[in-house]
Write a protein that binds this ligand. Structure first.
Ligand code: 13P
Ligand code: SF4
Length: 350
């Protein structure tokens, strides 16, 4: 049998987003009284519009709280997709990034899907242009195309399977058992991690997440030495050297669960700091600290917070419900084709 390294090839062209293309976004800090008024306004608008708020763990903590208070959800990208399509509301307000809004629309074509802002992108999605991806697929037509959910609807429409970080490992394992050779896109770190775990034959696109790529081995090793009893929880979009230090590697919801299940009293968390809000609520007795970013040279760009997720401010949630603008549309033919691999993921036993 060939070794893991022989079974994994990475695209030579680098599709990581250059730093100058990553927005620096500083949300306005609201007074407690402003937060109360905005939350009240949004709650009323949700009722008037027959709408439900579906939020990701990385958005502002007030938006997360409001989603739960109004019987919406705060979840990882897989659960957001499930929740939106199963909920009876006629309008979904998706607080997250564009691919999450598109996925909601594909799964619920008859619902109105709006987002607090349509500017919320994802570096993985931006780093996988459909035209170039199409050529890549044609050049390797013997491979099963597996794409991460963090992609455009157009890229999903070219794939055989869509996966999120909660189910990617199991689905690739299942495909590897059938001796399928895999074309993986866009996150090279997640692809590398899955390849190492499964031994599957994988050809990797070379995109990266601008948030998780900032976690660096040396700074983390020093922090671990400083807090030797702390557990280290790592999202698999992080570089391999960081993953190797981890006590547990998993998606946002798996990290949240591990914080409750593992015996440690303290955790270092290598993912977007938005997740720490739910971790602290679930385990108020435990201590959670953010993993350091960018080694010695941390800048305001490397703050362990996705600048696009940060754009989902309370005021924008209110405005999108007031105007019913920022509606998400997916071209019907693309939606029809993207639905097939998405449905495969949703039907996969989890
Ligand atoms: P999850 O699928 O774990 O929610 O992650 C989505 C994401 O964008 C992570 O950066
Ligand atoms: Fe994309 Fe990274 Fe932001 Fe997640 S944290 S939405 S992968 S840029």
């Amino acid at each position: 049998m060939s070794t893991c390294t022989e079974r994994m090839t990475e695209l030579t062209q680098d599709y990581s987003l250059p730093p100058q293309k990553v927005p620096v976004f500083n949300p306005r800090t609201l007074l407690p009284s402003e937060i109360t008024v905005l939350k009240q306004e949004i709650s009323e608008l949700l009722c008037q519009r027959d709408a439900v708020l579906v939020a990701h763990y990385y958005v502002d903590s007030d938006v997360q709280d409001l989603a739960l208070e109004t019987h919406g959800c705060v979840a990882d990208s897989l659960e957001m997709a499930r929740f939106g399509s199963n909920h009876p509301a006629s309008t979904l307000v998706v607080a997250g990034v564009r691919f999450m809004g598109e996925t909601a629309k594909i799964l619920s074509p008859d619902k109105t899907v709006i987002m607090p802002t349509l500017q919320a992108e994802c570096s993985l999605d931006l780093g996988c242009p459909p035209q170039e991806f199409s050529t890549f697929c044609q050049d390797h037509s013997d491979r099963t195309v597996v794409v991460y959910a963090n992609t455009s609807a157009e890229v999903k429409a070219m794939s055989d399977w869509v996966v999120t970080s909660s189910v990617g490992l199991k689905i690739v394992e299942y495909l590897a058992h059938q001796n399928k050779k895999i074309l993986w896109a866009p996150d090279k770190h997640l692809g590398h991690y899955i390849q190492q775990q499964t031994g599957a034959d994988m050809l990797l696109w070379s995109g990266a997440c601008v948030v998780h790529e900032e976690f660096k081995f040396e700074a983390l090793r020093k922090m671990k030495n400083l807090y030797p009893s702390a557990g280290l929880l790592v999202h698999p979009e992080s570089p391999a050297a960081v993953i190797e230090l981890a006590d547990m590697v998993g998606s946002t919801s798996q990290i949240l669960r591990a914080a409750s299940e593992l015996p440690h009293e303290m955790f270092i968390v290598a993912t977007d700091r938005g997740l720490l809000h739910q971790m602290r609520k679930a385990e108020p007795e435990k201590r959670f600290i953010e993993a350091p970013t960018a080694g010695q040279g941390a800048t305001c760009r490397s703050c362990a917070h996705c600048p696009w997720m940060a754009m989902n401010e309370l005021e924008k949630v209110r405005d999108s419900l007031l105007m019913l603008d920022n509606e998400v549309f997916v071209e019907p033919d693309i939606a029809r084709r993207a639905m097939i691999p998405l449905q495969r993921m949703l039907d996969f036993p989890n």
